[in-house]
Design a binder for this molecule. Structure first.
Ligand code: LLP
Length: 382
């Protein structure tokens, strides 16, 4: 870690290839005979996509940009799912061109799908689940999916319009630790068997918390798929990449107000999750020191909420010391921003033998690259 920080600077996203492989291994072991579609929103780095594609994994895409990434690494056809509650014409076209399967999120989409599409219907099981409100997607009040009552009608409409209605899709939220939530959701789907008849595919989504009982979730998902005579598909994001990633940040100094702050060179622009969801990432001091005391870890942004962690116990920090923020491989770099014209950090991979630079640190010029001078605007015809 110290070597990576020296060579590539901080803040820095560091990924461990062995842990990436191990996570996929755990998923494969739990989910036999299952198609795995990586929800690339968790971390869309092209190198990671290539690794996963080579290992037989497909992708779930939710934007034109994500579809373009899939195409860039050579994924198409059965390796591609296009999803989203408000797909654009561009997304339908690109998905159709690549032979993707579409997830239908509302009844009106039947008329928007390209002719002869392969589709799954996303079901909203109307359940409260044990996660942060922003991460729950299967509640009756959420914007996702069609209601249980609408399912037979949407399947029939798809078939009447000449599409292939492959089956059902359910994704109840993200970072769900309680396997019972999945059991409840799959149970609601199973109840639909009487009206849908057998199906080709059941897509059980993702959303597995890092310490969730994967074996238990897999058993329930397999049982639900078997109930429909269907093949099981899954869409993990976080589970495949979170633990392989660490955000390395350097201590800038300390400050004592009503609380004791250790000020570091990463914050909400590099890792938004603590601020947005109150997420707690493990924080490890990479220095030795005497005495332990309690610190809030604060970033460089001019916002009070720019904290990476609260009340963590650390040895006395000095400028230049390194902190490792763990479980940052998912929704870390992916949600980083150029707010404050901060340069998105570099991303590096430890292959087991060497460091590989996957993404260089942005420059300020990268951040403003799409902005035009009056002359450029004029010559672009505006
Ligand atoms: N499938 C669908 C339809 C999804 O909407 C998502 C995530 C996934 C799969 C993957 O879920 P995962 O296995 O990663 O939990 N930015 C948030 C997470 C948002 C997840 C959105 N949908 C975070 O930082 O926790």
């Amino acid at each position: 870690m110290h070597e990576a920080a020296r060579r590539f600077g901080t803040p820095l996203y560091v990924y461990d290839a062995a842990e990436l492989d191990a996570a996929l291994g755990r998923v494969r072991a739990a989910f036999r005979d299952t198609r795995v579609y990586y929800a690339m929103k968790a971390n869309p780095n092209l190198h990671l996509l290539r690794r996963l594609l080579a290992a037989g994994v497909g992708f779930e895409c939710v934007s034109a940009g994500e579809i373009a990434r899939a195409e860039q690494v050579g994924a198409a056809g059965e390796r591609l799912i296009v999803n989203g509650p408000a797909k654009s014409a561009e997304e339908y076209q690109a998905g159709a061109r690549l032979g993707a399967t579409f997830i239908v999120d509302r009844e009106e989409e039947v008329g928007l799908l390209p002719p002869g599409s392969r589709a799954l219907v996303r079901v909203n099981p109307a359940l409260e689940v044990s996660t942060h409100d922003h991460l729950a997607t299967g509640a009756a009040q959420s914007k996702f999916g069609v209601s249980l009552a609408q399912v037979p009608g949407v399947l029939a409409a798809l078939r009447a319009a000449g599409h292939t209605a492959l089956g059902l899709h359910v994704h109840i939220g993200s970072a769900i630790r309680n396997a019972d939530d999945f059991t409840a959701a799959f149970g609601r789907l199973r109840d639909l068997r009487a009206v849908t008849g057998p199906l080709e595919v059941l897509d059980a989504g993702g959303g597995w918390g890092l310490d969730a009982d994967l074996g238990g979730i897999a058993r329930e998902a397999h049982a639900a798929a078997a109930h429909f005579g269907a093949q099981l598909w899954v869409e993990p994001g976080r589970y495949l990449v979170a633990q392989a990633g660490t955000l390395l940040t350097q201590v800038v100094g300390t400050k004592h107000t009503g609380r004791d702050f250790v000020l570091v060179d990463a914050g909400m622009t590099e890792l938004l999750r603590p601020m947005l969801y109150g997420a707690q990432h493990p924080v490890t001091a990479l220095w030795e020191g005497r005495g332990q005391s309690v610190w809030d870890v604060a970033g460089p942004a001019c916002e009070s909420g720019d904290l990476l962690a609260r009340a963590v116990t650390l040895p006395a920090p000095r400028p230049g010391d390194l902190l490792a923020i763990g479980e940052a491989g998912a929704y870390g770099a992916a949600m980083s921003s150029g707010y404050l014209t901060r340069s998105r950090p570099a991303e590096v991979l430890w292959t087991g033998e060497a460091w590989q630079l996957l993404r260089r640190r942005e420059t300020p010029q990268d951040v403003w690259a799409a902005e035009l001078t009056p002359e450029e605007s004029q010559s672009a015809g505006y």
